[in-house]
Design a protein around this ligand. Structure first.
Ligand code: SF4
Length: 255
């Protein structure tokens, strides 16, 4: 397969640079990475409620709840919160105490406060949003509590925009596959990982939806912070870390 490179060629490739400083990656390697990743996702994705909707509000709630919180913990809160506040308008009309009560136990209450503030800003009479969350990442980022990752997630998962997103899982996968020398905690390196994320996107917004979900799923289930399950990884043929045989490699799937 053309894009499957030898360890030596892959490691050499990670050292080459583009004018913007990001590693120079062959387009064929991006294509192989993306097609294998998305095919794997179609067979292995978990059935999660926020993957069954394109409602921007529901997706925003899920993304905020999932920040620094495990999926299994979020599920119950997600359903209860949306039952109590089924729309941005319903949330905007609530008192801060009522919002906090629904978030109680999930922690990081700044997320709830920002979400409430956002709901009031977006639904304000005569305001610029007319009650609807914007679709473009730049416009989303102007709202309270929405950073680059969440803006990309809402644009991609709700509106099927061709938008990149990089959270901890995505940064780990991209650096291991394409540029093991990059460290997501260094801001300059993180910028380069965003560039890689953008360049690895498929051509359409619809395929980007699957691509972004798949990147996150691979980081959660296969290429995790604790272990690399390279033996069952769909992208190992194009992975620089696999080629260099860095770190522990498991042969058994993890739950
Ligand atoms: S081959 Fe291994 S290191 Fe590379 S992405 Fe897959 S699990 Fe991670």
């Amino acid at each position: 397969m053309g894009a499957a490179l030898s360890a030596r060629r892959r490691n050499d490739a990670t050292k080459a640079r583009r004018p913007d400083g990001a590693p120079s990656i062959d387009a064929a390697r991006f294509r192989t990475f993306g097609s294998r990743l998305r095919a794997w996702y179609r067979r292995n994705a978990r059935d999660l409620p926020w993957r069954q909707t394109r409602d921007p509000y529901r997706i925003l709630v899920s993304e905020l709840m999932l920040q620094q919180t495990q999926v299994s913990r979020v599920l119950g809160f997600y359903h209860r919160f949306l039952e109590r506040f089924p729309s941005l308008t319903a949330l905007a009309e609530a008192r801060p105490k009522q919002v906090r009560e629904q978030w109680e136990g999930l922690g990081y209450y700044a997320r709830a406060r920002n979400l409430h503030k956002l709901s009031r800003q977006v639904t304000r009479d005569g305001g610029e949003y007319g009650g609807t969350l914007p679709a473009e990442p730049e416009a989303l980022r102007a709202l309270p509590g929405i950073g680059a990752y969440t803006a990309g997630a809402v644009a991609s998962f709700a509106h099927e925009k061709r938008a990149a997103l990089v959270d901890t899982n995505v940064a780990r996968v991209l650096s291991r596959v394409f540029a093991p020398h990059l460290h997501p905690k260094r801001s300059r390196d993180l910028t380069q990982l965003w560039t890689l994320a953008q360049r690895s996107l498929p051509r359409t917004g619809r395929a980007t939806w699957t691509h972004n979900q798949a990147l996150m799923e691979l980081g959660a289930l296969v290429c995790t912070a604790r272990v690399k399950n390279c033996a069952r990884c769909p992208v190992r043929a194009v992975c620089a870390t696999y080629a260099a045989d860095v770190g522990p490699v498991l042969t058994r799937p993890r739950a």
